[in-house]
Design a protein. Structure first.
Length: 191
């Protein structure tokens, strides 16, 4: 599991920026190794995804929705995938901008790896995920700063785990009551 947090790019290079996203938390972790002295930052989504972000996404959505197409129904059916890609690209642009990376030339874009810390892996392997994330920090820092970030990561993992567990319990309760599209029964009488 720890190997997931130690990627190597072609040629054995390490990524310049690593993002650790906790989908149910407003904070995300950034490990910026572009300089000789790596930085670890805890960013808040409200500080990155501001009103300009939403205007940009809305403008792109409008343009995509109205794009001329000979196969309109096919175009509509492909919208979810297109919108997801668009939002992901715009979000990455805003994150990089917040880190001071100007995307004027594609050759200047740093290598980025994104870890999404959630779901089943977090539920069943929280300790291993925590160890892997701590290893990312320890490889660039030592002493009290490393300990500080280790405590921050432990808090993020704990909070994400608690929210994920609560959501899973809610979904299970809804499914058992038949209030969910994922409703299931062990036995159904058709009489």
């Amino acid at each position: 599991m720890e190997q997931l947090f130690n990627p190597q790019l072609p040629g054995g290079r390490r990524p310049e920026i690593q993002l650790c996203i906790f989908p149910h938390l407003p904070e995300f972790l950034v490990i910026d190794s572009r300089e000789d002295d790596p930085q670890v930052l805890l960013l808040n989504t409200d500080d990155v995804f501001d009103e300009e972000f939403y205007r940009t996404v809305e403008a792109e959505f409008s343009e995509t929705l109205r794009a001329s197409s000979d196969f309109l129904f096919s175009h509509f059916m492909n919208l979810p995938v297109t919108i997801e890609e668009t939002v992901r690209d715009i979000a990455m642009t805003f994150i990089l901008d917040r880190l001071g990376v100007q995307i004027d030339d594609e050759d200047e874009i740093p290598s980025v790896v994104v870890y999404v810390v959630s779901g089943g892996a977090l539920t069943f392997h929280a300790g291993k995920i925590l160890d892997g994330l701590n290893e990312l920090i320890h490889s660039g820092f030592n002493g009290s700063e490393s300990d500080h970030w280790g405590a921050t990561i432990a808090d993020l993992v704990k909070r994400e785990s608690a929210i994920t567990q609560k959501l899973n319990e809610q979904q299970m309760a809804e499914a058992l009551k038949g209030d969910s599209p994922d409703y299931f029964t062990l036995w159904e009488s058709r009489n």
